[in-house]
Write a protein that binds this ligand. Structure first.
Ligand code: BGC
Length: 386
């Protein structure tokens, strides 16, 4: 009797060891299928859901960290003139701050409609829709529970030339008030040319509106307690969209020439930001959409930080870019390098269709119909100038 139970214990132990090994092999296999992409635990939401972090690295040592909550870029490193890689995107120090609102939209994927829609309403094919009102009387960045608050399914793209993540999210018909079930796919690729490429795709089962973008705030100094006013910016745009008091475009397409909005030649962001200009007052600084010259995938902006030598070039096939100079950063949170997220310590270049397009027939359309495929691409490329 005793012998039998000893034998049983031995058998159980052998099975256990075998089982554990199998588990280890399985997780190894899973890591391998993620190619060069490392997966780690990032945090747990208040609902108890665990969030994973995916780290993309290239041959130069550049790294981009992305989480499956909001498709958020939590870190992105770029080299300075001495070859030192430092994080250049703003973000929270505590994971839960991303999960509990992220009112700054730090690093997030934005959808279903990036930027503002006036009075949180639009009419499409004769039907009017009320969408979530989360910015005074307007709707901003897809509503309170927009794509920046959603869990994205993440897989790696096998056989891709460079580490590539494929993120998918299906937004239900009626979510945040928008019509149509929208299936969205976003690819993040980190190339060996120190470029982060972002490709967006979407399909719908009913007519809807779509305007997807990425909301990373950059500070090329690598020190998030410094302002971005010394960064030199150039935008390939001869016109921009003036706004009303609630930051909705008035419909006018205004020439930038001779104004504070002229970035056709590179100049420090801080040079004209305090000019006596009604539009700068309305935006509390720059918070406007520039109408980009040309079309197709093209270089649309360059930002240079003289002290570090870092350069960021932006390429996109979108007609517009929202240049936002971090005017609503309010010092309420610690930054990743010490100090607080003070006024204008980060800037965004959000590539997109124009704000409020569903209500402005003179703007390029943002309507997506069943059977059509929404496609858009943006590249943030980093280099140095000595
Ligand atoms: C908008 C700002 C807004 C910010 C939110 C930007 O895209 O242009 O007006 O305050 O997002 O963080």
């Amino acid at each position: 009797m005793r012998k039998t139970s000893i034998n049983l214990i031995i058998l159980f132990a052998v099975l256990c060891i075998f089982g554990c090994n199998k588990k280890e092999n399985q997780s190894k296999a899973q890591q391998e299928t993620m190619e060069n992409i490392r997966i780690s635990d990032y945090g747990v939401t208040s609902k108890g859901d665990s969030v994973k972090k995916y780290t993309l690295a290239n041959k130069n040592g550049m790294k981009v960290e992305i989480i499956n909550f909001g498709g958020i870029i939590t870190s992105l490193t770029a080299p300075d003139k001495n070859g030192k890689y430092e994080d250049v995107v703003l973000g929270f120090t505590r994971p839960e701050d991303y999960f509990n609102g992220n009112s700054y939209y730090f690093g997030a994927l934005i959808g279903r409609y990036g930027n503002r829609i006036a009075n949180a309403k639009f009419t499409l094919e004769g039907t009017s829709y009320d969408i979530d009102k989360n910015d005074g009387s307007n709707s901003l960045h897809g509503g309170k529970d927009g794509f920046h608050t959603k869990f994205w399914n993440i897989e790696s793209v096998k056989d891709a030339k460079f580490p590539t993540l494929k993120l998918t999210y299906t937004s239900a018909d009626g979510e945040e008030g928008y019509p149509g079930k929208l299936t969205t796919t976003v690819f993040y690729t980190l190339t060996d040319e120190n470029a982060l490429e972002i490709s967006y795709e979407a399909e719908t089962d009913k007519p809807t509106v779509v305007n997807l973008t990425q909301h990373s705030y950059f500070n090329l100094s690598g020190n998030f307690s410094k302002t971005i006013l010394d960064h030199e910016m150039q935008i390939n745009a001869d016109k921009f969209l003036p706004v009303n008091e609630t930051l909705i475009p008035t419909g006018e397409q205004k020439a930038v020439k001779g104004s504070a909005f002229d970035f056709t030649a590179s100049k420090p962001i801080g040079k004209d930001i305090s000019a006596d200009d009604d539009q700068l007052k309305k935006g509390k600084g720059y918070d406007h959409n520039w109408i980009l010259n040309g079309n197709g995938l093209r270089s649309i902006a360059k930002v240079y930080h003289p002290e570090s030598g870092r350069v960021m070039e932006v390429l996109t096939d979108e007609p517009g870019v929202q240049f936002y100079s971090g005017n609503f950063l309010d010092g309420k949170f610690d930054t990743k390098t010490g100090g607080k997220n003070e006024f204008r310590t980060g800037f965004c270049l959000e590539t997109q269709h124009f704000p409020d397009s569903p209500n402005q027939s003179s703007f390029p359309s943002t309507e997506l119909k069943p059977g059509q495929k929404y496609q858009s691409k943006t590249i943030y490329k980093f280099s140095v100038k000595k």
